[in-house]
Design a protein around this ligand. Structure first.
Ligand code: CU
Length: 479
């Protein structure tokens, strides 16, 4: 009688399956909503390597929960990629383990199910990844798009990325004779004033906030470029390698033979780049075929747990005096003196110095700003200059020009109390920390990936990942 029993069993099973697998949630009216950084805005849907909170829900209540698989689908062969982690308890560097896909249950009552999302492969100049909720049969019932927006080696930018960057930069091109200074000129003036207040420690033996101040300065610059085009990230000039693409007429310019002038192609958006006086951009040396200071630079920018300095103090001195000064001194021209931030290469040079700091932080695990291994001086300015250090240098101090206070700032070993008369409101970015009222301190700049405090600042480098093994740590398949 087993045949009869089986004949009955199959249709019953089919009816049960139909009941279970065709809940109202799968009908045309009900879709899955996915929010990155747990907000409905899409302006904040940009990722770096850091895990960010995300969530999904059914668009309307249903009779049953619905199991879906979250998966990232790149558009095109050079698209970026994302990883997923389950749950709501914070992801740390110790438990970081992104998966290619994640099964979650969308609740029948339409409430949110939380998870974590992180970049595992950089995007190519735009939002090129769809994060989808798929049914068991592969049908997508909802998606949102995102970009893994990371700072890349300028030498390897795609034509699209290069053009996006140059086109935004061109909006700040100085037009000689124009009465109103451009935003680029504001950056130049600010750096010049900061220089005179001791932002570079070359004036004495005291520690300086050179690294965190420039990290904030670069982020300020990058966020304002992103307000022109949100797909932009600041590229870096990897100055220990030849960079013929970067130093070409189609990018930041090729030095003309026998002259210090820089050739920019007729189609280059920044063609005509000049000082307010009309003086054209000048560089004394070309970095297209040779690697400046390769022997000197490489050990610091690619140091290992054996060769990286242990403490911040030694690290910052090396980065500033040896590598940063060396790179400026190699190119010369505008980069060799006080006009240096008038050459856009300044920002790419400093991005590489900052990347070197980020690499050191990664190798040594130096994200805890309360430790003098990560930064010194720790704590906040004690209200005394007996130790020769002033407000603005300590980990928890506000830094000019972004804080509420002005002047008497960061000048070691002097009684100078000049007050600088203006401040920059730090530009806010959708969904990210730092703003006009949440101004940068050294401590906030140190933990830029949120490795210690949990909130990333919205930038990262292509080869400095959230954990040492980086995207190669992605585990294929379901969790
Ligand atoms: Cu510099």
């Amino acid at each position: 009688m087993s045949t009869i029993a089986n004949a009955w069993f199959v249709p019953i099973a089919a009816i049960v399956a139909a009941f279970v697998w065709q809940p109202k949630a799968a009908t045309a009216q009900t879709v899955a909503l996915i929010e990155i950084r747990s907000s409905p805005e899409t302006e904040d849907d940009f990722l770096c390597w850091s895990p960010v909170r995300a969530r999904a829900r059914l668009s309307q209540p249903s009779s049953d929960d619905l199991a879906v698989t979250l998966r990232g689908a790149g558009v095109g062969p050079s698209a970026g990629a994302v990883g997923f982690m389950a749950g709501t308890s914070p992801v740390t560097r110790a438990n970081y383990a992104p998966k290619e896909e994640l099964q979650i249950v969308l609740k029948a009552d339409g409430s949110w199910t939380e998870f974590f999302l992180m970049g595992v492969k950089a995007s190519d100049g735009g939002k090129d990844i769809a994060v989808r909720a798929e049914l068991a049969n592969g049908t997508s019932i909802g998606q949102t798009v995102t970009m893994v927006r990371v700072r890349k080696n300028a030498e390897h930018l795609s034509p699209k990325e290069r053009n996006n960057f140059l086109s935004a930069l061109a909006q700040w091109k100085i037009i000689p004779g124009l009465a109103r200074p451009t935003r680029f000129e504001d950056f130049f003036t600010t750096h010049a004033d900061a220089f005179s207040k001791g932002i570079h420690s070359a004036f004495g033996s005291m520690p300086s906030n050179f690294l965190p101040w420039h990290r904030a300065f670069l982020l300020n610059f990058e966020r304002e470029l992103q307000s022109i085009d949100p797909t932009i990230s600041l590229p870096y000039w990897k100055f220990d390698e030849p960079s013929p693409h970067l130093f070409s007429a189609d990018f930041l310019g090729a030095k003309l033979p026998g002259s210090n002038e820089v050739d920019l192609a007729a189609t280059n958006p920044i063609r005509g780049w000049s000082a307010p006086s009309g003086q054209p951009l000048t560089r004394a040396r070309a970095a297209d075929t040779m690697a400046p200071m390769a022997a000197n630079v490489l050990p610091a920018l690619a140091c290992t747990s054996d060769s990286c300095p242990d403490e911040f103090r030694e690290t910052t001195d090396k980065f500033e005096m040896n590598y940063h000064n060396g790179a400026h001194g190699f190119i010369l021209g505008w980069l060799g003196g006080g006009a240096s931030p008038r050459d856009p290469l300044f920002f790419l040079l400093h991005a590489n110095v900052d990347r070197g700091w980020a690499h050191w932080q990664q190798v040594r695990d130096r994200y805890d700003s309360a430790s003098k291994l990560s930064y010194t001086p720790e704590g906040a300015y004690p209200g005394s200059v007996k130790d020769g250090m002033k407000e603005g240098l300590y980990a928890n101090d506000e830094m000019w020009p972004w804080g509420q206070k002005q002047g008497n700032w960061g000048t070691p070993n002097t009684t100078d109390d000049d007050w600088l008369p203006y401040r920059f409101p730090f530009p806010s970015a959708p969904g990210l920390p730092l703003s006009e009222t949440d101004y940068p301190t050294p401590a906030k700049m140190i933990d830029y990936m949120g490795a210690f405090h949990g909130a990333d600042l919205g930038f990262c480098y292509d080869d400095v990942h959230y954990v040492d093994n980086g995207p190669s740590g992605v585990i294929a398949g379901e969790q």
